[in-house]
Design a protein around this ligand. Structure first.
Ligand SMILES: Nc1ncnc2c1ncn2[C@@H]1O[C@H](COP(=O)(O)OP(=O)(O)OP(=O)(O)O)[C@@H](O)[C@H]1O
Ligand SMILES: [Mg+2]
Length: 246
């Protein structure tokens, strides 16, 4: 049994991140449970990607801690966090453009005790599951943007995560393809037994998919609640004034 089999929660306690004089996150506490799809929303520059970076070991904190269950994982490096069962995608997709789709997904196994053949077989299974099985031999750099994002998700799933952190999975996706993306994310939670954190500006996706929504602005929490409750929250509405998302 690996740690990923048993992890039940992932979160931050009072985390602060600074870039020079700017506090990108300030005393921020977030909790993600294994059985939920948690939405993380906020205006541009609110600190959403920074928070995913903190949870996945890509960003150091100046105060506070990151925990998986009651284990303190603050300051652990990305590969170490990944091995614990925490996987992520990037806001700007990072695929190996010259490699095939299959090779990109199989790369999710790098550093693990999985042979090359087994990695490729499992990668093909995940691609079939995600609906990209017929593109396994395509060169990643030739894919439409929406498919690229799904390959990023497939690669994250290849690590067998307990938690999956998605940074704007709907970016570049046509509005008519949003419902299938939503049902795919819901199935990830159910079939991969995986807690999901989803950062999105697409409010239809957040409101239709998430069990709970955490709203931040200027690096601080301004609301946590059901999709309906945060949508009606005056402070959330104020934060989004001037933006048309809500
Ligand atoms: N590496 C960095 N160096 C300096 N400032 C940074 C860095 N990364 C992020 N920031 C700043 O920190 C703040 C939070 O950025 P972050 O990318 O986390 O926001 P976001 O909520 O993901 O925004 P968006 O919705 O536009 O993706 C912004 O003001 C951003 O300019
Ligand atoms: Mg971002």
């Amino acid at each position: 049994m690996t740690a990923a089999d048993t992890l039940a929660t992932l979160g931050t306690d009072g985390v602060t991140v600074r870039f020079g004089g700017l506090a990108a996150l300030e005393d921020l506490t977030l909790e993600l449970a294994r059985d939920e799809i948690l939405g993380l929303i906020g205006p541009n520059g609110a600190g959403k990607s920074t928070l995913i970076n903190v949870l996945s070991g890509f960003q150091r904190v100046v105060a506070g801690r990151v925990h998986a269950d009651d284990r303190d994982i603050t300051g652990r490096l990305p590969h170490d966090i990944s091995r614990l069962g925490i996987a992520r995608t990037f806001q700007a997709v990072r695929l190996f453009a010259g490699l095939t789709v299959l090779e990109n997904v199989a790369a999710g196994f790098s550093g693990r005790p999985v042979g090359r053949r087994a990695a490729r077989a499992r990668a093909q299974e995940i691609l079939d599951w995600i609906g990209l099985g017929d593109k396994a031999q395509s060169i990643a750099g030739t894919l439409p943007y929406g498919d690229e994002r799904r390959v990023g998700i497939a690669r994250a799933l290849a690590t067998g995560p307990a938690f999956l952190l998605l940074d704007e999975p709907a970016a570049g996706t046509n509005e008519e393809d949003i419902p299938s993306l939503m049902s795919m994310i819901a199935r990830i939670r159910d079939e991969f037994d995986c807690g999901v954190l989803v950062v999105e500006h697409n409010m239809g996706l957040i409101m239709g998919l998430c069990t709970r929504v955490h709203v931040i602005d200027h690096g601080r929490t301004i609301a946590i609640g059901s999709p309906r409750a945060v949508q009606d929250d005056p402070e959330v509405r104020r934060a989004y004034l001037g933006e048309d998302e809500m």
